[in-house]
Design a protein around this ligand. Structure first.
Ligand SMILES: Nc1ncnc2c1ncn2[C@@H]1O[C@H](COP(=O)(O)OP(=O)(O)OP(=O)(O)O)[C@@H](O)[C@H]1O
Ligand SMILES: [Mg+2]
Length: 458
């Protein structure tokens, strides 16, 4: 099979690594193999042990190779949105030679993108992506592809995405050490928001909540641009820890209990259904009701949703016409939609990929990574050349990652003791924390709405 038609989405998650092999036939993407391996070496979405992560990546990709019968050389790697910054940039070049206008060619697009990149980036940050918004030729704006047009002056407006060097370096290194080239780095909310949402949802505005194992990433897409991200430092792993602590059982048992008997809303669980739980220090199993188990789960999910709700209110994000789309493993919990409805406005849905073998919301990111790469336009690919040169990505001799001193303000986090938060008493408190009343419907197309999002950029 010709590898150029095959895209491998690599989602390096805190709890599992997903490698999805997609084959592009006449622009249509078909999933032909998937590999999943338990993660190692990650904490809250970020690689903290390169060797362990590299081994897990190798295992996941090897599985995907075997299932798809495709030799995998390069992968499209998702980067977490942790400490992501976005800023609007502008580039302008003169294309006239000896005062005469001429046709715009590929090199002009590269040159204007390079102009837009002449920003001073703090030493601890690195450019991840540059995504064009529009081109202007001799004052005529709103152009998506200026090539072939005639002009004297070419301008480009774009959004520049930067991330901490450490995160990018560690990801690069782990993938290379696993033995694969990086075809592209894609910020995961960019991949998911652009590929799992329809045109209207991307245009009018939608919130996407990725409920992962180690963290929960909320993003807003509006006007076909990623406008906001918030990374909450809790996810499914913390639900499992809570169950383990409250029921005095191993993490492995707690995980199975969650997967087989858990609900996000305890009121949906049947209190008559009892489950045998192996308890540490006791010979005989203890019986707990599914409802009791679900109360533990609900308390943690409520805390996550409540923080996201406050963040959305803090940026005055009104009800978005596209509503809220839930993805990530935790979105598979029965009752998650019903619980989310108490915190967020608009239509709420869980995105589950339709393809056989990946019908679970935890595959949404890896699928979106493959889809993202498949739908890139020639212009996108030209501009990417200015940001990520293949030789840089392939080089085995990477410069040592510089120490980061990043302003992490809104994302800074100190972990509260799990026990403190998971005692029965705390659960009741948390359950009692009523979600704030839903906002009244507003005119979603008001100028105020537009301005809010315009101001979200640095
Ligand atoms: N049916 C289910 N019910 C409840 N939780 C589930 C279910 N299926 C998966 N999960 C949970 O989802 C989490 C994994 O989700 P996912 O694969 O999206 O996370 P990740 O990508 O590894 O982590 P992150 O995105 O935080 O780095 C685990 O905590 C797992 O227990
Ligand atoms: Mg994830």
């Amino acid at each position: 099979m010709n590898n150029s038609e095959v895209y491998v989405g690599l989602d390096i998650g805190t709890t599992s690594i997903k490698a999805l092999v997609c084959e592009s036939v006449k622009g249509q993407l078909k999933v032909i193999g998937v590999g999943v391996e338990q993660s190692a070496g990650l904490n809250r979405g970020v690689i903290v042990d390169i060797d362990k992560t590299a081994q897990a990546i190798s295992a996941a990709v090897a599985q995907a190779e075997e299932k798809s019968n495709v030799e995998i050389k390069s992968v499209v790697v998702g980067l977490p949105a942790n400490y992501l910054q976005m800023q609007r940039v502008h580039g302008m070049i003169t294309i006239a030679t000896r005062g005469q206008s001429r046709e715009i060619v590929n090199q002009d697009v590269i040159d204007v993108a390079r102009e837009a990149l002449t920003q001073s980036i703090p030493p601890e940050r690195e450019i991840i992506d540059l995504i064009p918004t529009e081109f202007t030729v001799d004052g005529f704006s709103g152009i998506k592809d200026p090539r072939g047009m005639v002009g004297v002056r070419l301008e480009m407006k774009a959004t520049l995405y930067t991330g901490p060097k450490t995160i990018i370096h560690n990801t690069k290194k782990a993938v290379q050490q696993a033995g694969y080239d990086i075809k592209d780095f894609v910020i995961t909310p960019i991949a998911t928001d652009f590929n799992l949402l329809n045109d209207g949802e991307q245009d009018f505005g939608t919130v996407v909540v990725d409920l992962g194992g180690g963290q929960t990433t909320t993003s807003i897409i509006h006007d076909h641009q990623l406008k906001y991200t918030y990374v909450d430092p809790e996810g499914g792993k913390y639900i499992t820890k809570d169950i383990s602590t409250v029921m005095n059982t191993s993490l492995r048992n707690a995980e199975q209990l969650k997967l087989n008997h858990g609900y996000a809303m305890a009121s949906l669980a049947d209190k008559e259904v009892q489950v045998d739980v192996d308890v540490v220090g006791q010979d005989d199993p203890v019986q707990y009701s599914e409802q009791y188990l679900s109360e533990v789960i609900e308390a943690r999910v409520r805390q996550i949703f409540s923080r996201i709700q406050s963040k959305l209110q803090a940026i005055h994000a009104p009800e978005l016409p596209g509503g809220v789309v839930l993805i990530g493993g935790v979105a598979a919990l029965p009752g998650i939609k019903e619980l989310a409805e108490q915190y967020f406005t608009g239509n709420i849905k869980v995105n589950v990929p339709e393809q056989m073998g990946i019908r679970h919301p935890r595959y949404a990111v890896s699928l979106a990574l493959g889809m993202y790469e498949n739908q890139l336009s020639d212009i996108d690919r030209l501009i990417k050349q200015t940001v990520q040169r293949v030789d840089t990505i392939k080089s085995p001799h990477e410069e040592k990652a510089q120490s980061t001193n990043i302003n992490i303000t809104s994302q800074q986090w100190s972990e509260e003791p799990v026990k403190q938060r998971t005692q029965r008493q705390t659960q009741q408190q948390s359950v009692a924390e009523k979600p704030q009343p839903k906002k009244k419907k507003q005119n979603t197309f008001s100028n105020r709405f537009k301005n809010i999002f315009n101001n979200l950029f640095d």
